[in-house]
Design a protein. Structure first.
Length: 117
């Protein structure tokens, strides 16, 4: 993966949290999506995509977020995005419909709570 972005994973119960840091663009979006997909096992109930550490995302990154949703939905899994309203990428993701389509919360904790409802 391009050094522009890094992703780390944590499993909280039956939810995988993918924390993305850096910039997500056409140079690394495909690899990022593949890395996240590979780390979400079929027995996981959901993925929380923590974008708090993302400073920039282009259309290729946005496309990967929608692809993740499609993949997880086909497997019967949920996805939520954790992203503060003042994040540098919040406006771009809002215009693209990411928060509305994937479901969004301000923090990972809030996203986990939404998944419990």
């Amino acid at each position: 993966m391009s050094p522009l972005a890094d992703v780390t994973f944590e499993t909280l119960g039956d939810v995988v949290v993918a924390r993305v840091e850096g910039d997500v663009d056409m140079s690394n979006a495909g690899e990022l999506g593949a890395a996240i997909t590979a780390r979400v096992p079929s027995e996981a109930r959901a993925l929380v995509l923590d974008l708090a550490g993302v400073g920039y995302v282009d259309s290729a990154g946005i496309h990967v977020f929608f692809e993740l949703r499609e993949h997880l939905t086909r497997r019967g899994q949920a996805i939520r995005v954790a992203l503060a309203a003042d994040s540098p990428v919040a406006t771009a993701l809002e215009y693209a419909g990411v928060q509305r389509t994937l479901g969004a919360a301000a923090t990972v904790r809030d996203a986990m709570a939404e998944l419990e409802d």
